[in-house]
Design a protein around this ligand. Structure first.
Ligand code: GTP
Length: 377
């Protein structure tokens, strides 16, 4: 597979879209010709939805369980469907250097199956990032609860996760926007983020952000954010940075408390040193955590549609109160690795020790454990 893909031949990025929203997103990436640079995989329990998209690698999960009719908004069905098709999912990601999971959380398939795909990536020792959307408030509390539980479940195995809020998007677009156009906007943002990310990892820049930098930044525990900004002249580069830092789709997370930041500058022509330094200074001023590790990168691309594009990835963000300002310390990259290994569940509920067929409690996302408990009662 690696040698079939253009770009950096050493790096295979697999983007796995799971459920209806995830499959729409990878389909958009396919339509933007990203299939030549990354491995796109569409995963769903819904055969008709899979048939309607053009991505080459499609995996129907849980065929015996759902007969191809979807997970019925039940994340425990999504999880069991993924378990049934674990072998196919593992094969789809196993040669990858980086796996990016994308899904709309709140339904059955994306919410239930994503944590299992993340767990497979971790077992295979592959860097894994999840970019998921939270449902509209109007979709009801149950869907939001499922989505939040799904985020809790994916936190355990994943290296980093990014949540995009459909509601914040709506606030940005105004009350009168149509539902499909709001979804399309959200998909557009997702697509732009993924394209910028793939570009950064695939292209060798003058100041290069490579897979190891990416792993280091992803190893900081906590929420992550991803933002992109564009400008038509170098003078407006700071506006592009502000756009990237204030991405309206990023939910609760705020870059102020980030422990690690990747800052990638894409330029049509050589930027001034003062612009480059000024942008990094502005990021440092914005972040309250003085020990933040900033990994900068610059690449020239004469084919850019704008003069300047900026990609920001912030990780290790605490979603609660901002952390107190710390004094600057030298960061030892070896210490960062230690964070990656903590996969212990937050709790193990003795009450659910009836689970058998060789599964450990950590194999089962909390949402499933909860539903099993409810069904049992
Ligand atoms: N931004 C965006 N969000 C979407 C889109 N489609 C669905 N969503 C959101 O994602 C959530 C989950 O929807 P789906 O992805 O269709 O659900 P699923 O994971 O396939 O689950 P089941 O249909 O129950 O099998 C919804 O509650 C919506 O909030 C989309 O195209 N764009």
């Amino acid at each position: 597979m690696k040698e079939l893909l253009k770009g950096n031949p050493e790096l295979l990025i697999t983007v796995v879209g799971i459920g209806g929203c995830g499959c729409n997103t990878v389909n958009m990436l396919h339509e933007n010709n990203l299939s030549s640079q990354v491995n796109l995989v569409a995963v769903n329990t819904d055969l008709a939805a899979l048939n309607s998209i053009n991505v080459e690698n499609k995996i129907l999960i849980g065929e015996n369980l759902t007969n191809g009719y979807g997970a019925g908004s039940d994340p425990s069905i999504g999880y069991q469907a993924a378990q049934e098709s674990e072998g196919m999912l593992r094969s789809a990601i196993m040669d990858s250097d980086i796996v990016i999971i994308t899904a709309g959380f709140g339904g059955g398939t994306g919410t239930g199956a994503s944590p299992l795909v993340a767990k497979l990536a971790r077992e295979l020792n592959i860097n894994c990032l999840a970019i998921v959307t939270l449902p509209f408030e109007s979709e009801g509390q149950t869907r939001m609860d499922y989505a939040l539980q799904g985020i809790d479940d994916i936190k355990e195995p994943i290296h980093a996760y990014i949540t995009l809020s459909n509601d914040l998007l709506l606030a940005g677009l105004g009350e009168t926007v149509g539902l499909f156009s709001a979804f399309n906007q959200s998909n557009e943002v997702l697509k732009n983020l993924l394209i910028a990310l793939v570009q950064m990892l695939n292209e060798t820049g003058y100041v290069n952000v490579d897979k190891n930098d990416f792993s280091t930044i992803l190893s900081f525990e906590g929420e992550s954010i991803l933002g992109v900004g564009k400008a038509n002249s170098e003078e407006e580069a700071f506006d592009a940075l502000d756009q990237a830092l204030n991405n309206p789709l990023v939910s609760i997370a705020n870059i102020d408390t980030a422990k690690g930041i990747i800052f990638q500058l894409f330029c049509k022509s050589e930027p001034k040193l003062s612009t480059y330094n000024g942008l990094i200074d502005r990021i440092r001023t914005r972040v309250t955590n003085r020990s933040v590790l900033i990994v900068p990168g610059v690449s020239l691309d004469p084919n850019l549609t704008s003069e300047i594009e900026i990609l920001i990835i912030g990780s290790g963000i605490s979603s609660g109160k901002p952390e107190p300002i710390k004094e600057a310390i030298e960061t030892d990259p070896c210490e960062l690795e230690q964070n990656v290994e903590s996969t212990e569940p937050a709790y193990i509920d003795d009450e659910l020790s009836f689970i058998n067929h060789g599964e450990t409690m950590t194999d089962i996302p909390a949402i499933t454990r909860k539903l099993m408990a409810i069904n049992r009662d």
